[in-house]
Design a protein around this ligand. Structure first.
Ligand code: MG
Ligand code: MG
Length: 257
């Protein structure tokens, strides 16, 4: 069942999302070659707790960390580790914040140093597809319109859409109804109504769309080990507008590509 939020509840999610946006900005200061991904996790957890909030992911179904860190062929749900970032890597940093009873969720994929032009193009297209999905996420449209917009754009460029993992409603729980696939048919799926809060999160691959799960039970990587990109925002639907509650602005003040 979809949990429709009141304006007061959306306001609380916005405050959660504000802490999240600034946590991403803090992480962004340290995203560079030579840095261990476990260090980024430490920065995130400290920042979130220092602001009176809780990292949504830590302990979620047993997940061990505050961030999902997914490098190169890892699509999502990678663990922070002793791995040191190197020139040519791409790294997805996915973070959630729980504050005043509400979750917010957003992700950003960074290039480290010089990456292959084809990989940089994948990142740009995936980021663009997130905003096209958000443009389609308006009152009176349907969930399928979001996936349609994303899929049409990225497949025209020769990329593929991961099917097994999708965006989601969120609020008092990190994952609520509805599922928000990054593929779909125009005019299909649940109606977008006032008070819906959803996370849109395209996961787009350079090669095959097929994925495999590593033996750790979490890490999802591409079957062909080609790179995958991931961007995410939490948004709220109102009758007269759609608001993007999370922000990448603190990241993009530091990292531009
Ligand atoms: Mg996320
Ligand atoms: Mg999410």
């Amino acid at each position: 069942m979809i949990q429709y939020k009141t304006s007061e509840e959306v306001e609380k999610i916005k405050q959660s999302a504000d802490i999240l946006g600034r946590a991403h900005g803090e992480i962004a200061k340290h995203v560079k070659k030579g840095v261990k991904t476990s260090f980024l996790d430490k920065i995130a957890e400290e920042f979130i707790r220092d602001h009176g909030a809780v990292p949504s992911f830590k302990g979620y179904n047993g997940f061990p960390s505050s961030l999902c860190i997914s490098v190169n062929e890892v699509v999502v749900h990678g663990f922070p580790s002793e791995y040191e970032l190197k020139d040519g890597d791409i790294i997805s940093v996915d973070c959630g914040v729980f504050h005043q009873g509400f979750h917010s969720d957003s992700a950003y994929t960074y290039p480290i140093g010089e990456v292959f032009p084809s990989v940089l193009a994948l990142l740009k297209a995936t980021r663009d597809s997130l905003y096209l999905g958000i443009e389609a996420a308006i009152f009176g449209n349907r969930v399928g319109d979001i996936g349609y917009a994303i899929q049409k754009f990225v497949e025209a460029k020769g990329y593929t859409v991961v099917r097994e993992l999708v965006g989601h409603g969120l609020g008092r729980k990190l994952h609520e109804s509805p599922e928000v696939p990054n593929y779909g048919k125009k005019g299909s799926g649940p109606l977008l109504k006032q008070g819906m809060v959803i996370a849109i999160e395209p996961m787009i691959n350079l090669g095959t769309r097929n994925i495999v799960q590593e033996k750790d039970g979490w890490t999802i990587r591409t079957a062909d080990r080609k790179p995958s990109a991931h961007y995410e925002h939490t948004i709220a639907i109102f009758e007269d507008r759609t608001e993007v509650l999370t922000t990448h602005k603190y990241i993009e003040e530091i990292h531009r590509f």
